[in-house]
Design a protein around this ligand. Structure first.
Ligand code: C5P
Length: 408
């Protein structure tokens, strides 16, 4: 398994750019060194405002490069060589500025030059203010980088140093180490899905009513997350677009956290192109037409408010639509309470997807939110009935079937 792969002796070039999260790069180095990884570090001018090159040097036990035009460093090891000798380049934290430079192909300092000159895979761990993360420029840069094969870990959501709340916190060092392990393991083992990009949606969506209330459903995200992990274990590069769930990120998977169906659709479109798309999320069918900017007051004696709902975009149908961006294999889920097979077959045709994984979510089945699943796999070729299995095993079988279908 990827999680167990040893990192001892691997060479990582760590690029530290500017941001309050730069201090976590030191802990990342410590954890990598504890695993026997050889770390060379490069720090940008902005990064040096937050942590010192000396700390990085002490922890990596290797000279730290900061300057593109350092004669001394060039005499020890050419910069280009530095980026070629590594097994993997890791940018942590990756600032909005450095991501923009990467997307544009700029090379005006040592970090951006190395990133442009490398022939190795690159993992970025973004960290920035929530507005910067959500800015269309950053969203577009990330999509472009992902389309070129750059892997992304995080960012996490939570309170930020700038007193705001939201996505933008640097992923924790153990999550970055897990992503590194998975990338190196899949590179070495080159599983049957190596070189493929899989997009997976998972979890529920939350549709706001006002700033404090929302409409949700009981999806736990277990099946979708297990599928993302199973695809990564077979070597795929996986982008998991997840609604709010109480689950850890699967190791080595790039996770985009969203709340609403509209955000989920935008994140999916930004993640394209993909070879495989699996829509396992329980997307809310409707959202509130007019979300009030203030909490709806409970006036004494007044009638309860009525909510007008409007339909959400159908992500599965959108991804299934014919066109150059359509993933080769698109798979949807059908959670039904009756006439499972007939409804699943009709849904496959209606949505335009290739396969439907159908499950019975009738009360008492224990499937929604539970640990096990009992599914039918519906394709053009017919219907297969799978036995009741743990969700991880359903995921593993599905990942193997996908590899088979893509002719791996
Ligand atoms: O139409 P229904 O919700 O039953 O379809 C379920 C399938 O469609 C699932 O794969 C789900 O992830 C996907 N879906 C979607 N976007 C929606 C509704 C459902 O991707 N708005």
């Amino acid at each position: 398994m990827n999680e167990a792969a040893s990192l001892a002796g691997k060479k990582i070039l760590l690029i530290v750019s500017g941001g309050i999260a730069a201090y976590k790069a030191l802990e990342l180095v410590r954890q990598l060194r504890a695993e026997g990884v050889v770390v060379h570090a490069v720090i940008t001018r902005a990064g040096e405002k937050f942590i010192s090159a000396l700390s990085l040097q002490a922890l990596t036990e290797n000279p730290v490069s900061t300057d593109l035009f350092s004669l001394d460093a060039e005499s020890r090891m050419g910069h280009i060589e530095l980026s070629r000798a590594a097994d993997l380049l890791v940018v942590a934290p990756a600032s909005a500025d450095l991501l923009a430079k990467m997307a544009a192909g700029l090379a005006d300092d040592l970090a951006s030059t190395l990133l442009l000159a490398t022939d190795k895979r690159v993992l970025v761990a973004p960290a920035m203010n929530v507005r910067m993360w959500l800015h269309p420029a950053t969203v577009a840069n990330l999509a472009l980088l992902a389309s070129r094969g750059v892997a992304v870990v995080g960012p996490d959501e939570g309170p930020m140093a700038c007193n705001e709340y939201g996505p933008g916190r640097l992923a924790e060092p153990p999550a970055i180490v897990a992503a590194i392990r998975s990338m190196l393991a899949s590179g070495l083992a080159s599983g049957p899905l190596a070189g493929r990009h899989a997009l997976v949606t998972s979890g529920p969506t939350h549709e706001p009513i006002d700033p404090v209330r929302y409409i949700a459903n009981r999806s736990s995200g277990r099946q979708g997350h297990a599928i993302a992990a199973a695809l990564a274990a077979l070597g795929a590069r996986v982008t998991l677009v997840s609604g709010p769930v109480a689950l850890p990120d699967p190791p080595g998977v790039s996770v985009r956290r969203v709340e609403t169906a509209a955000e989920m659709l935008a994140a999916c479109l930004a993640a394209l192109p993909a070879d495989i798309a699996i829509c396992a999320a329980a997307v809310a069918d409707w959202r509130v037409a007019d979300i009030t900017g203030h909490k709806i007051k409970k006036e004494p004696g007044a009638a309860p408010p009525s909510l007008t709902l409007v339909p959400n975009p159908d992500i599965l149908a959108t991804l299934s639509a014919p066109g150059p961006a359509r993933p080769r294999l698109v798979i949807g889920f059908a959670a039904e309470t009756d006439d499972l097979k007939e409804n699943a077959e009709a849904k496959r045709r209606r949505k335009g997807c290739d396969w439907i994984v159908a499950n019975d979510v009738a009360a008492g089945s224990g499937i929604m939110g539970g640990e096990e699943n009992e599914v039918l796999l519906v394709s053009e070729a017919g219907v297969e009935t799978w036995p009741r299995l743990p969700k991880a095993e359903v995921a593993r079988r599905l990942a193997l079937r996908i590899a088979e279908a893509l002719g791996a």
